[in-house]
Design a protein around this ligand. Structure first.
Ligand code: NAD
Ligand code: ZN
Length: 351
């Protein structure tokens, strides 16, 4: 699968066990590689990856603590130090091995070191099918997520689906929150297939297929709107409430994709009310429930504080909230909702 971006086209390769033969997929003109990963992923996969790069290359590694708090100025600076220390130059490559946290942090390092050197995304979470394409890289500021970043595309995305089998259950749910969002943005058939899937015993074939489809949907949207001026906003389906829930609960209490799964349910219900859309809202709720998405946490949240958070979300402009809704599966639209409407919907939703 080739992704077209204004800077360059890049390939996405999805294959089981590909980490063992990485060298075959990396251009031969790199002299030095810095592999950056987090301390959970490094325990399981770093040795494989280093071996997979072969003996000819000059391979260095750098490890950051796992978790969202590493998407920080501090780790960014530490990693730049590492780049300088091992003397990466324009012929060097940075390899980001990990989930979306690593992809965002390392991508930002790669985009600024020497005004940008090549980097490869090697996603190890399902969620990272979303973060590894589209070219957005960033770190967090105390005042908000992803406030410091740039648009910078990898030279390749190499997905070893074998690594996904060590993910804890909540990370599988998290990834599938974004997968099912991509399904609702694109295809009735894919949606009904997913709504029959149980995440407890999902097959590797299914995962591979869903990652490919999800990346295609995301790439299709991003290719026609790289800088988020128009239809790229559709990718925020489910996210306005998700961000509010995440920040209200405090990061770490719920995964991003779990919050998106719940936010998507809200978006479907509002679409039903406001647009008279015919959507499988109840079936979707049952799917969330049987896959243990933690929507009980909604009970502890206040409508007014959620509304405030939704308005603070940096993606909203002016007074009213621009909400991504669905006219039907595969046909998103952006609708302005008043505070009053959101309040009423949230009240009905949270009960
Ligand atoms: P993550 O990278 O923090 O990974 C989640 C957890 O899983 C971590 O504890 C990690 O150590 C562990 N892990 C990763 N791979 C594993 C494996 N194979 N086996 C066992 N454990 C593993 O989080 P994530 O959910 O992948 O990504 C979330 C981040 O992605 C957020 O920072 C978010 O802002 C960002 N994001 C960016 C974009 C974008 O367009 N750039 C889009 C969506 C999300
Ligand atoms: Zn998301």
């Amino acid at each position: 699968l080739t992704i077209h971006a204004s800077s360059h086209d890049y390939e996405v390769i999805i294959e089981e066990g590909i980490r063992h033969e990485l060298l075959n997929y990396i251009a031969s003109d790199y002299r030095k590689v810095l592999v950056i990963t987090d301390d959970k992923v490094s325990n399981i996969y770093l040795d494989d990856v280093v071996r997979g790069l072969g003996k000819e290359l000059d391979v260095h590694t750098s490890i950051v603590p796992s978790g969202e708090s590493s998407k920080s100025m501090r780790q960014y600076e530490r990693l730049l130090d590492a780049c300088v220390e091992v003397q990466l130059d324009r012929h060097s490559l940075i390899l980001a091995l990990g989930g979306g946290m690593i992809g965002d942090l390392v991508g930002f390092v790669a985009s600024t070191y020497l005004r940008g050197i090549d980097f490869i995304q090697m996603p190890t979470t399902i969620l990272a099918h979303d973060s590894s394409v589209g070219g957005k890289v960033a770190i967090n500021h105390l005042k908000g997520k992803n406030l410091i970043g740039s648009f910078y595309n990898p030279v390749k995305v190499i997905y070893d689906t074998e690594t996904l089998f060590t993910l804890p259950a909540e990370e599988i749910r998290s990834g599938y929150g974004e997968v099912i969002k991509h399904a609702f943005l694109s295809s009735e058939e894919w949606c009904s297939n997913l709504l029959q899937v149980s995440l407890d015993n999902i097959s590797s074939e299914q995962i591979k297929d869903d990652l490919m489809k999800g990346i295609k949907v995301k790439a299709g949207i991003v290719e026609s709107d790289e800088r988020e001026k128009g239809i790229r906003r559709y990718l925020n389906l489910g996210h306005t409430l998700a961000h509010a829930v995440e920040s209200e609960l405090g990061y770490g209490k719920i995964t991003h994709g779990e919050a998106v799964g719940i936010g998507l349910w809200f978006a479907l219900r509002v679409s039903q009310r406001k647009l008279d859309a015919s959507l499988p809202v109840d079936r979707y709720r049952d799917w969330l429930k049987s896959n243990h998405y933690p929507f009980d946490i909604l009970k502890d949240l206040e409508v007014d504080t959620l509304l405030k958070r939704m308005k603070w979300d940096k993606k909203t402009v002016h007074q009213k909230i621009n909400y991504v809704l669905l006219n039907q599966i595969g046909t998103p639209c952006v609708v302005e909702l008043s505070d009053q409407e959101i309040q009423t919907d949230l009240n009905l939703f949270i009960k």
